[in-house]
Design a protein around this ligand. Sequence first.
Ligand SMILES: Cc1cc2nc3c(=O)[nH]c(=O)nc-3n(C[C@H](O)[C@H](O)[C@H](O)COP(=O)(O)OP(=O)(O)OC[C@H]3O[C@@H](n4cnc5c(N)ncnc54)[C@H](O)[C@@H]3O)c2cc1C
Length: 567
Amino acid sequence: MTRSKRGERAERVATRIAVLGGGVSGLAAAFYARREYPEAEVVVLEASERFGGTVRTVAKDGFVLDLGPDALLTRKPAGLELCRILGLEHRLIARNPEGRAVYVRRNGELRRLPASMRMFVPLDESELRASGVLSAPGAARVFRGPLTAATGPGSVPGRRAADDESIEAFFSRRFGAEMYRYLAEPLTAGILGGDGSRLSMAANFGELVRLEREHGQIIPALRERFGGSAPPAGAAAESKAGSIAEQPAAAAAEKPLRGAAEQPAGADVFRSFPGGMCELTGALEEALREDEGCRLELNSRVAGIARGGRTVSPDSGLGAPAAGRSRWRVERAGGGSVEADAVICALPAYAASRVISSIDPELAPLLAETVYSRAAAVFLAIPTEAVAMDLSGSGYLVPRAEGGIVTACTWSSRKWPGRAPQGYELLRVFMAPPVGADRDAPADSPAVDIPGRGEPAARDASTPADAFEALTDGELIERALGELRETLGIRAEPRLAEVWRWDCGVANYTLGHLERRAEIERRLQQQSGLVAAGSALYGVGIPDCIRSAREAVDRLGTALAGLGTAI
Ligand SMILES: Cc1cc2nc3c(=O)[nH]c(=O)nc-3n(C[C@H](O)[C@H](O)[C@H](O)COP(=O)(O)OP(=O)(O)OC[C@H]3O[C@@H](n4cnc5c(N)ncnc54)[C@H](O)[C@@H]3O)c2cc1C
């Protein structure tokens, strides 16, 4: 009987690692697992018909539309390091030099974010006043500090409880309610979406919390840190309109990587690719496809995992008598299962909570506390000649205090080179339902496991969130065009108008996330060979996802020790 090389290999393989989810976290985990355990077979199970998850690019009529992320933050080394290993470094492109300014809309007018902003905080009072983003008393309040006196390093002035604090509470306490409403809220919402009164400051922007704890005062600490060699205007605080900002909580945990170059002082820290962000996930997928020791499964939705595969012993390999340890069995929703010695779960939190609930019911509610923001993005291609206003910058953010559903507008073709053919501008208008309408763990339907989706089925608009969801594509395009008319004075018919909805967009870490994550990790440690990676727990930026994937592979060490030698 003849058998394919791969078939022979499958029988001989002693060690198998199953990766659940084929977003950037799952793909990176598979990639690092193959490097770390070359003797192990890696199987990636992805529910949808494509890899990449939230990373999604569409190329159409010469336009490049990044439906999800459009920037890679290089200050966190994990992303850049992976690009180097994949040979993608030469494909990285920088933002247009004139595309770095970011604006905030206040009373219908665009006001440029102060160049002195670092980590959401303006450092120069006169510049903040001149920007008009805040009123004179609002600007003065930022620099007055918290309402109770600081008592020196290590203290947290004005803070009532040692518990976690919301993003809204932190910025309002430190810098005033107006600063939160017109600066911190649009900037943080531009990264996370969601409701700042529910989101954990420590889990999302832990570096500011740490600065406060260590120095007492934040502005002097930031001045000291960035003084003289600061990145260019607004770089450390940009979001949807600009680029996603650093996630300080995760950054603090990030180990420097060998060979990862320091960013030169003043350099722009954001990069993309000529073909959009899918170049990164595409390269990962290609590397895994070319690798004989990796199996990629699309349309392979994981329904659950359980112990109970055949047993493996270090001496005798797959199928040995029960003296060894029992393998994991990963059940596919469509039938059949995959046996594995180790499982890396890189699923969105709501999917992970269902998949893992059978092995530890306590894990499910902990994971389900990570909610997901909803948003819709409308991409409009407009003739350059129809744009009267000078679009020098990356775009603008719209504070919730301005009302309406538009939250940001990215001037994609000004921000990045090559996003639109000559003579056209590509603009991306983000919209979101009113705060408080985050996506809690959705019903168990395959459609909602997949980030992003098409036009919704008709439904009642009985709540503001439902009313948002019920908007048709045509209505969303009309709202986006209305925004361009009112704010930018653009009155052209678009050459292209595309809508994309993020039903479960960015993972939102609500109050108590860090404690829950510690408890999740404690419980996972009791499940030998089961580890988690990805945005559900470890930071939403792509570098965070990649770092968490690499660290998840590191954590497999004990579970896989001694296995794999039987090949
Ligand atoms: C609009 C938007 C803009 C963003 N902008 C930026 C940016 O500029 N820069 C940046 O760094 N980050 C940005 N982010 C965040 C970043 O894109 C995400 O946090 C990151 O891509 C998440 O990757 P992941 O692999 O952890 O999860 P996901 O991308 O959600 O991947 C999870 C995968 O699991 C699959 N899956 C789900 N259920 C199952 C199941 N039961 N079985 C098998 N597979 C399953 C899904 O189909 C999916 O492919 C943005 C996000 C959004 C939504």
